[in-house]
Design a protein around this ligand. Structure first.
Ligand code: PMV
Length: 355
């Protein structure tokens, strides 16, 4: 006892919602007011890499985010760490002479170092990748036997959208009925990552500046002040979830595009309906929306779709590679890469489109 350090490194991707989660019915447990559906990105682009270490030498839990030490005192971290610790199992490594009993996890401390390969806090779902990665890495370290859906309930305690990053492909975060513990509010995989290979995702990085109001602060304001949010959660989203599941299952791009754009716009309308109003998109975001809408009108059959989270950066979807090239051509025409526009770069789901 005393000298050893155990370490695990994991990588987890971001996910981008096409039916949005915004607002909680239970703040502490992070239970959403409505269900949401997302697509998990690949590991080459937006992802978090996290190393977790445990040792009897460590005197307290510590976290470094992108190289900077951060506090772990928030409820989100505390709840996530407590819950994952309680799921730890016995661990033995005869060679190194390490033996950890289940109950030891409660008193051992972690050092956590996490890194995002993209700008943090800009509406590119950094908390989703971060908490999914943290939970996955700690689960591996502590020999947790849970499946991905069970683990997703732990990631959810850190950031709601993080629960959806435990699965690849097309994912739904179900509402659940357990209002006391939130055990059944987890993420399930609708389709795997191979299901819709034609679909191309483009990311329009409008700005890498941090947003003013985080989703953790903004969403409760919307819940407290926007009548529209409650109408949306009750009357609109349940129907859209059913339609979106059907569109994804049948790879129906026209319906997928219509629902995705409508849901992004409605989410931002609830932000505007918040008091004081939350402005996440900027003029460039709006111009990109126009560009996609115009392309779709011009082509007759939808070729592209857009969605924005709590930030000005956009996620674009194209029907296929041909449509992606068309879309990109238009975007580059309106936003030629020069230092005067704030649309600094495009990261692409498929880099070859850039050539
Ligand atoms: O997981 P949070 O608390 O950061 O909320 C994110 C909410 C949105 O990204 C705006 C929408 C979503 O469904 O991911």
């Amino acid at each position: 006892e005393g000298e050893w350090v155990l370490m695990v490194t994991a990588k987890a991707p971001s996910n981008i919602s096409v039916i949005k989660y915004w607002g909680k019915r239970n703040e502490a447990l992070i239970l959403a007011v409505n269900e949401s559906i997302s697509i998990t990105l690949d590991l080459d682009h937006l992802c978090a890499t996290t190393t977790v270490a445990v040792s009897p030498k460590f005197e307290k839990d510590r976290l470094w985010l992108n190289g900077k030490e951060m506090s772990l005192s928030s409820d989100r971290y505390q709840n996530t760490l407590r819950e994952i610790r309680s799921r730890g199992d016995n661990f033995e490594d005869d060679e190194k002479g390490i033996k950890i009993m289940k109950e030891d996890w409660m008193r051992l401390h972690f050092h956590i170092a996490s890194h995002n390969n993209f700008p943090t806090g800009t509406g590119l779902a950094s908390s989703a990748a971060g908490f999914a990665c943290l939970v996955f890495a700690l689960a591996k370290l502590m020999n947790v036997k849970d499946d991905m859906s069970q683990l997703s309930t732990v990631a959810r305690l850190g950031s709601g959208s993080a629960c959806r990053s435990l699965h690849g492909g097309f994912v739904k975060w179900v509402l659940g009925k357990d209002e006391k513990k939130g055990k059944d509010s987890f993420a399930i995989q609708l389709e795997d990552e191979k299901h819709w290979e034609d679909l191309v995702i483009l990311i329009a990085v409008v700005s890498s500046q941090q947003k003013e109001i985080s989703s953790a602060k903004g969403a409760p304001l919307t819940v407290a002040t926007s009548p529209f949010l409650h109408y949306r959660a009750k009357e609109v989203v349940p129907k859209r979830i059913v339609e979106m599941e059907r569109a994804i299952q049948s790879r129906d791009f026209a319906t997928f595009a219509k629902l995705t754009c409508a849901d992004s716009n409605q989410f931002h309308a609830t932000c505007l309906d918040t008091s004081p109003p939350l402005f996440y998109m900027n003029d460039t975001s709006h111009r990109i929306i126009n560009c996609v809408e115009k392309l779709n009108r011009h082509e007759g059959v939808p070729q592209g779709a857009y969605t924005y989270d709590a930030g000005c950066n956009g996620f674009l979807f194209a029907r296929d590679r041909k449509a992606a090239a068309l879309l990109l051509q238009r975007l580059l025409y309106y936003f030629p890469p020069n230092p005067d526009t704030d649309l600094s770069s495009y990261i692409l789901g498929d880099k070859s489109i850039l050539k």
